[in-house]
Design a protein around this ligand. Sequence first.
Ligand code: FES
Length: 163
Amino acid sequence: MKTTLTGKLPYRKIHKPATFSSMIGAFLRFPLVKAELFRYQMTTSERDSSVYYHEGTMTKLQFVDFGGTARTVEATTGSTVMEAAIKNAVPGIEAECGGACACATCHVYIDDAWQAIVGPPTSMEEDMLDFAYDVRPNSRLSCQIKITDQLDGLILHTPERQA
Ligand code: FES
């Protein structure tokens, strides 16, 4: 005679243990957090004006170091001047805070011909520029300059040293 097990429900694992990636995923699904992260990724100039750019197109930036050596790099629109400098290992740009406008080690001088197009620093950027070395009227923090199509050919000068 065949016997069967009765009265015992099969074990089912209902709750999976939370992993680090599942917690991050849940965190990012929260709409307010997403909105805040998106806002953080935007530069001040983008928040303050309706700058037009095509995400992903390439522009050329020229960095001229303190000794006068020029380097031309390709940069993706939508990224920042600092990101283009770091990606292309431009000497003189350190960017210790990673673009959070909290270190002033991405300090650059905007070439005279480009100042009107790039625009002035915001008040937050100006406050941080107080910590930069040899600040001039054309000083900007390169992490706060979003690359747009209008900036193709932009010339920037790096200071003798960072803060
Ligand atoms: S990278 Fe730190 S202020 Fe720009």
